[in-house]
Design a protein around this ligand. Sequence first.
Ligand SMILES: Cc1cc2nc3c(=O)[nH]c(=O)nc-3n(C[C@H](O)[C@H](O)[C@H](O)COP(=O)(O)O)c2cc1C
Ligand SMILES: CCCCCCC(=O)C(=O)O
Length: 347
Amino acid sequence: MLRILAEQQRAAADLLPREVHDYYATGSGDEVTLGEATAAWRRYRFRPRIGRDMTTIDTAIRLFGDELALPVLAAPTAFHRLAHPDGEVATIRGVHRAGSLLVLSSRCSRRIEDVAAAATGPWWFQVYLYAEASIGRQVVRRAVDAGAGALVLTMDTPYTAAKRRLSGVPVTDDDYLVNFVEHLPAGVDPFEATTQDPACTLDALHELTGHGIPVLAKGVLRGDDALACLDAGAAGIVVSNHGGRQLDRAVPTSDALTEVVAAVSGRVPVLVDGGIRSGLDVLTALGLGADAVLVGRPILWALAADGAAGVTAALDAVRDDLAAGLALAGATSPADLPAGLVTPVPR
Ligand SMILES: Cc1cc2nc3c(=O)[nH]c(=O)nc-3n(C[C@H](O)[C@H](O)[C@H](O)COP(=O)(O)O)c2cc1C
Ligand SMILES: CCCCCCC(=O)C(=O)O
């Protein structure tokens, strides 16, 4: 793990109330998948290329028409006001100062319009479906109207998995309901109405494509599912096991990435998250065929440790580490990676 990320994680552990720290840190079940996440990226080695001029390295990429300073996005994570009083408004400022992109969670703790007003770059909106479907539809409409550049439907969470370290999510009712309250039909229980809808189907994915912006499917761990999502209209795939917070013993995302990249065969961008903690982890993911990666918990720790400035510092450090890795691997940019850069360590 990069030193600054480890320092921010330690600082956050000191600053945050125990139950908030545990909500962010926990995985599901026995935390087998969580425990493997970072180590899985280290099961690969590089075959660097030599003999090229590495004077100038450019980590920038283009994704759905937007230029990002690095192929690293901030993953959708819930309730940033648990980490910082400004919540997602601080996060988006920090992310955009680093030239990155925030995927704003459906479970964000600031009004979507307030986060959008603080944006100085592109952002996407992550979608959950709720027991009361009309609420989700209205929230998505607001996100699109506020300027979301893409929708990311999270498909691995028909239910939120039990987490041993957690007795409940330590969020206030106001922060939990901030984007829902105006859409609650009369007489419904707000918390029941906004629990997960377990029927997050390919039809639901297809329905989202009607907004006229790209729709990505998040939580894909199989090649056949990736192809089914493309058939339903997905414009991108996010390989993810939800940071080890849904099905415990799900495969590491580095393993799934190889299968999904082969199945998708360049038709749409493939992104990946889970346990990515350094520029070399990013380089490994790119070498395995990802177009970009997302980081989850490091953004939360950075936000807790130092607000927007902490988020920028974390992403800048990953960008610098990636630039150094690219140069030593013999690539001037993510688009210039040599074929066969990454090879599994023989077991
Ligand atoms: C505290 C927390 C909250 C999360 N909330 C969401 C969410 O609201 N929507 C979603 O699609 N994924 C959510 N995720 C999963 C992340 O988007 C991402 O898949 C995962 O954190 C990546 O792993 P990493 O934390 O090891 O980088 C959450 C993860 C954490 C740790
Ligand atoms: C009832 C609150 C559920 C929040 C779900 C957010 C999430 O995806 C997570 O992993 O946490």
